[in-house]
Write a protein that binds this ligand. Structure first.
Ligand code: HEC
Length: 131
């Protein structure tokens, strides 16, 4: 049932976004609306990725190990609003923004892009966090 809902949302999202998203697989990842484990996505794996150090940083370096807290850019010192949608409803609502920052931040942290699976796991993790 849950995977059906995800599939339905995916279709809606694709229909709304058109060919641009079809050419950009990571762009469909935000379709995992449900918090926690849903379909093939795992909040536990997402949490692990979020706190795994790549070259110098992990995601938590800037976003903190508890993404309900405000973060801080480790280089510029600029404040970053909390990542968990439960405390910051503006998060994960704009697929283009989400795709852009996954691309950029995964390259910064792991020197590669995150796979759609990894992105879905992180999103499931962020959505699993309550207030
Ligand atoms: C060097 C600091 C830094 C690191 C490390 C970092 N981020 Fe970010 N992240 C940012 C900044 C800056 C933004 C954009 C500003 C904002 O949205 O508040 C951002 C935004 C995002 C967004 C956009 C969310 C939305 O809907 O607004 C996502 C998703 C994200 N980061 C995921 C990650 C993941 C996953 C990692 C680890 C692979 C990571 N970030 C590591 C600084 C960082």
């Amino acid at each position: 049932m849950a995977s059906r809902i995800v599939l339905f949302q995916l279709i809606l999202l694709l229909a709304a976004a058109g060919p641009a998203l079809a050419a950009d697989p990571p762009g469909i990842v935000p379709a995992t609306q449900a918090g926690g484990d849903s379909g093939s996505f795992s909040a536990g794996r997402g949490e692990q990725l979020f706190t795994t150090r790549g070259r110098d940083w992990s995601c938590a370096t800037c976003h903190t190990a508890d993404p309900r807290n405000p973060g801080r850019h480790t280089v510029t010192g600029k404040a970053i609003a909390p990542m968990a949608p439960a405390v910051n409803p503006e998060r994960l609502g704009d697929p283009a923004k989400v795709a852009k920052w996954f691309r950029r931040n995964c390259k910064d942290v792991f020197a590669r892009e995150c796979t759609p699976q990894e992105q879905g796991d992180v999103i499931a993790y962020l959505r699993s966090l309550g207030k």
